[in-house]
Design a protein around this ligand. Sequence first.
Ligand code: S3P
Length: 173
Amino acid sequence: MENRHKQNIVLIGFMGSGKTTISNTLKEKYRMEVIDMDSEIELREGRKISEIFASDGEEYFRNLETELLRELQKKENLVISCGGGTPLREQNVAEMRRNGDVFLLSAAPATIYERVKDSHDRPILEGNKSVSFIEELLEKRRGKYEEAADFVIETDGKTAEEICEEIIQIRKD
Ligand code: S3P
């Protein structure tokens, strides 16, 4: 199916909210070009996010996110899958808005826990993998996520296909 909407789709949400899965489904089903910010930063830096955090710190990583969001404004009809912390910076929210429609993927802490519990590539969750930690951090971030979003998509109990259809439908309205 062709999508004639020109602005980029920006996906935001907590770690494990489904940004990568949804962007991959948008790529397969709707043939959209996808940039996963975490992967793109890892590729450019030639090292894992955990190494970037450990050697240069979170602030350095956040600066890379800001630069990438600026650069992607030159592109059209792209799906940009942000890192879970990208909308925490006010400047990043402004850059996202210039990119396109911002969709917040939301999920319950227990759902997030199930999705992240076996992975080790998120420095912020290492040693902190519990529903209560996730719930607390999510509560701290919720305001920023909601302020950044043009649209909120609940993901609990839905398939990736259903979520993508919702996004595409909103873009057509
Ligand atoms: C982060 C989320 C991660 C990654 C980094 C920091 C965060 O992205 O950008 O580990 O602060 O929430 P995902 O949401 O893709 O896991």
